[in-house]
Design a protein around this ligand. Sequence first.
Ligand code: AMP
Length: 306
Amino acid sequence: MKVITTIKEMRAAIADLRREPSGSAKGIGFVPTLGYLHEGHASLLKRAREDNGAVVLSIFVNPLQFGPNEDFERYPRDSDRDLNVARQEGVAIVFMPDVQEMYPQRMLTSVAVSGITDILCGSSRPGHFDGVATVVSKLFNIIQPDRAYFGLKDAQQVAVVQRMVQDLNMNVEIVPCPTLREEDGLAMSSRNVYLTAEERRQALVLQQSLNDAEEWLKRPGIRLGELKEKVAAQISTAPLADIDYVEIVSYPSFLPLEEWEHQALDIVGDKQILIALAVRFGQTRLIDNRILSLEGLDLKGALSHV
Ligand code: AMP
């Protein structure tokens, strides 16, 4: 496994890989991360390994995607452990540049996806998705992968990257991957290490509220506005939970519930909803979501008095 820190060496290593039968025939799969790897990241690496001849992993805590009062400085880092995970997962190249290497001068260029970034994490973390789209563009340009793997735990991020790739004709296939959870249902996240034991216990309410939402949606006559309120009320039963947002959007178009009209949804063609949560427990902001089918639902009734 090669560990590379400079863009110049990275380009040379990719060129070498392309000359090898494995890299050229089955392609190069890419998994971008902020590091502090867990089994969720490992599942992306496994999938990339299955689909491709070689896998490139990037580990870069990207300052552009953190707001001024967010956790950039204290974001957990452990490169030795990360490299062991990468080795176990059969990664060919780990790209771990420092900030100076990625941003040697003030960036005058940024990649911004509009519309779907006005809501959810886009509105509660201003500038976040510009930072994501910009760094992912840079990484795609440096690595030029055939496929790139992203977790649906960050469903809005997947949508933003997919749209960026479509709009800018980037020659890479985006592969969305399912969310891996701890045994008790908490979505795996590098940020889970920040949680105290009590916060960790109460954070289970996220997964529980999404499970309940799935059941509530099956009830005849349920309205989506009511569903949103029920989920928020369920989360608020945890005394340490401080809700950033609870939102329902159409999926995969990310049309906010309030803007839906039967007509519009028909045009968009969305057949699913995404229930998205962002909730603080102490200093730690966690996100989770569930994608549910609208099949069999009386949409007109479900949308009444939204
Ligand atoms: P991060 O290091 O948090 O930026 O995550 C890197 C990639 O791993 C992103 O595409 C995430 O969506 C994905 N990821 C993070 N947590 C999970 C999880 N629990 N299950 C699956 N993928 C995940």
